[in-house]
Design a binder for this molecule. Structure first.
Ligand code: NAD
Ligand code: LMR
Length: 353
């Protein structure tokens, strides 16, 4: 074949779907998160089909990834000719990093105007074509975009709260890294596990440092503790500032999104006892959800907590456990913003659908 021959064509078709196969789909696959996340998914031997959708560049991204010698067949599609429908058909897992990222000076809520419509349209596609898929929402503001997906699914009569997840893993990844730094043990970072609960923006991000696998120094000062909490809550701003107008976290997010996707796939394959933090509907586990609401002292439709995963999605929502007085204050501060964010998402679908 001459050197100038075209790379393997992006017109590859999928083998027919069966239960031994796992089809993962990325919506927004050509973006800053979408490309490295798609690369990581391509390396997963459990995935047999990888569907990539974006409004630009997916044929090229798919052709590039398709040369990697791993089991999955990769297909990239654009909107024309039912590209979204084709990519979503037979999906087991759909990850959504589609939408605009922040620039310095913006909050995640400032992205709502654009991203709400994008997520609503993509959720409509999933509800229509792959209503049983596990949906993993990365697009910000996650506190509001997850309720949007839920409301769209309700409108289509296919809502299963066990299958819709807001991806908050990056907060947990950051907490591990920053705690290891405070301990002066960066090599320990992969082993540090800190539950991070609440939501995914500013004060709604609540690290439970008292439940860290690696205790903080007993003599940590109040200022150092406050600085650590703040860094975990506003870690996203650190990246937005450093990128200086070129977007927000993409590589660490791809890592975190892949980590969460892997747990979902292992659960889908029947592995038991997999626990991951995620922003889910408290109705996903009515008993666990009620217990959590009682701990919070209020009804909230969505909250991020450790959840146990199974073949059908959420199996159990874990309780918060014993909180320190400082952590109770952080939870108290998170609740009003979460309530507002959730309402914003629900109202958007009620008014625009
Ligand atoms: P990006 O601009 O680099 O990529 C977004 C991609 O979405 C682009 O390729 C764009 O073409 C695509 N897109 C836009 N509209 C679309 C549509 N209707 N259908 C399909 N694709 C569409 O942005 P990014 O840096 O990858 O960030 C994406 C989103 O993820 C942002 O909203 C960002 O705030 C969010 N994010 C969330 C977390 C988290 O922890 N949950 C972390 C980082 C970023
Ligand atoms: C993050 O936490 O890095 C993301 O939510 C992106 C952002 O806007 O900060």
């Amino acid at each position: 074949m001459p050197d100038s021959a075209p790379a393997s064509p992006p017109s590859a078709t999928y083998p027919s779907h069966s239960s031994t196969m796992v089809k993962a789909v990325v919506l927004g696959a050509a973006g800053g998160i979408g490309q490295p996340l798609s690369l990581l998914l391509k390396t997963n031997p459990l995935i047999t089909q990888l569907g990539l959708f974006d409004i630009v560049n997916t044929p090229g991204v798919a052709a590039d990834l398709s040369h990697i010698a791993t089991p999955s067949v990769v297909v990239g599609r654009l909107p024309p000719n039912d590209g979204l429908k084709e990519v979503l058909t037979g999906a087991d897992l759909v990850v959504i990093p589609a939408g605009v990222p922040r620039k310095p000076g913006m909050t995640r809520d400032d992205l709502f105007k654009i991203n709400a419509g994008i997520v609503k349209d993509l959720a409509t596609g999933i509800a229509t074509v792959a209503p049983k898929a596990f949906v993993l929402v990365i697009s910000n503001p996650v506190n509001s975009t997850v309720p949007i997906v839920a409301e769209v699914f309700k409108k289509h009569g296919v809502y299963d709260p066990k299958r819709i997840f807001g991806v908050t893993t990056l907060d947990v990844v950051r907490a591990s890294t920053f705690v290891a730094e405070v301990l002066g043990k960066p090599a320990e970072a992969p082993n540090v596990v800190v539950p991070v609960i609440g939501g995914h923006s500013g004060v709604t991000i609540v690290p439970l440092l008292s439940q860290s696998t690696h205790a903080l120094p007993s003599d940590i000062s109040a200022d150092a503790y406050a600085a650590l909490v703040k860094r975990i809550q506003f870690g996203g701003d650190e990246v937005v500032k450093a990128k200086d107008g070129a977007g927000s976290a993409t590589l660490s997010m791809a890592y975190a999104g892949y980590e969460f996707s892997t747990k979902i796939i292992r659960a889908l394959k029947g592995e038991k006892g997999i626990i991951a933090p995620s922003y889910v509907s408290l109705k996903a586990d009515p008993a666990g959800g009620s217990a959590l609401a009682a701990e919070l002292g209020t009804e909230l439709e969505f909250f991020s907590s450790n959840v146990e995963l199974g073949t059908e999605g959420v199996v159990k929502i874990h309780s918060l456990g014993k909180l320190t007085a400082q952590e109770q204050e952080l939870v108290k501060a998170a609740i009003p913003e979460l309530q507002t964010n959730i309402k914003t998402g629900v109202t958007f679908v009620a008014e625009k659908y």
